[in-house]
Design a protein around this ligand. Sequence first.
Ligand code: ZN
Length: 252
Amino acid sequence: MRILIISDIHSNLEALEAVVSAAPAFDVAVNLGDIVGYGASPNEVIERSRQLGTVFVRGNHDKAACGLIDVAEFNPIAGMAALWTREVLTPANLEWLRDLPQGPVRLDDSLDAQFVHGSPIDEDEYVVTLRDALDPLTYSSVTFTFFGHTHLQGAFWRNGKEAFDAVHPAYPVQDAHESFEVALRPEVQYLINPGSVGQPRDGDWRAAFAWFDSEGLRLVFHRAAYDLERAQKRILDANLPPRLASRLAIGR
Ligand code: ZN
């Protein structure tokens, strides 16, 4: 099965469209949550995401936008964006967000993979460092766990009891579209973050995603350039905090 894995789109329609154009052929698209929040196209992004696939995990921004959690838990800028999102979402899209499943989500029993927003232990946990990855990798026996939430593209793995390591893709060229393949090994357990489609925070402004072939055992990270100015203009036109537009240009 060839799976397109996307996460943290954050209402950035231009970035999502660039991902769809750059993505290799896939059988299933899996969305790891934070579909909305920060950006200015929440309804459009929900509708486009639903055309792409039916497998979703909810993120913390999805919960905040539809009122499942209090925005007081957010920093002021994220909270303002969540309240703005709640106001502009159609009633149908609000209800759809409210019904999104909590991770871990599985695709089917034959595939030894699970999909979460934060970690398999806690949907809101941030797995940033190798140290953060130790517990989720030890707690779960699933071979492939795909997660988002940190907006940092990369993978952690565990080989037996003691050996843990990490990889973060290096893209020397920063072209319109680049990919980075990770050599997967059998018997090794992986935690894989496709990165953020709509608000990357690893210093690379381009939209991030991952492509996974479960039969060929291939994992490829991708970055795709998108119409940044247009996404920024939408944020400014919506009177969202200007910082949400400027940070997109630096990938932070
Ligand atoms: Zn996010």
